[in-house]
Design a protein. Sequence first.
Length: 256
Amino acid sequence: MPNVNPRTNLTLKPELHDLIQETADHLGLKRAQLITNLLEEFAPQLEKMCFAFREIKEQNEAKAAPLMQVCQSYIQELKHKYPLQEIGPYIEECDERNVDLSVRLSQGIANTKVFQAPKQVALNSKSDKIVRTGQFGYNRATTRNGEKISIAYRTGADCTVSSAYGVFKITNEDIIEPYFLWMWVSRPEFDRYARFKSHGSAREIFDWGEMCDTELPIPSIEKQKEIVKEYHILVDRITLNNQLISKLEETAQNIY
């Protein structure tokens, strides 16, 4: 049966209740009662703290979305400042198979543009394609995918993806910064473009030719790196704030 504080309707953690009981055994009922009374006095404040932390976290997340939209809008506006160029001359398709099973990590790609645990792993993973660090992977099928294309830039260790996926790399990173390209293909506008350009009957595909035809504004490599740096600073701040608030909330919860 849960140990419920009668004055605050607060369910005490078992270890805290045990500590109070042990204190009662060693110090006597009056002192144990004093401890209980103190907990009862502070419980409402702790509950208010937890509520405040949750509220701050929600506000922080609410502010994050518009900031990310501003960042994406800035990327979008680049096409009015720099001529659009097809990325075909700057990318190369990769078709390295895991024939010796040397790469053990199998991954899928979410439509949120990140790698994730696969929904299923092929029985014959020797045919899976390898995505090396610094390469892109994408699911060519765009049907029943939330009106989005699943594409991601690999920053972690080498992994494998389904043989049905496409894999490519940038051939000259002095012209296109990989993360800058990832930011471009992460826009909702690119999702709509990929869906519009996909073709097929039962299963619509965004093939390699369509990927090569994708147009990108290409400012100087210095400008691209500056944009990527500012983006990472923004993302890191949002992540750090959320981690800090979660830790404070967890600490307050662990007190009782």
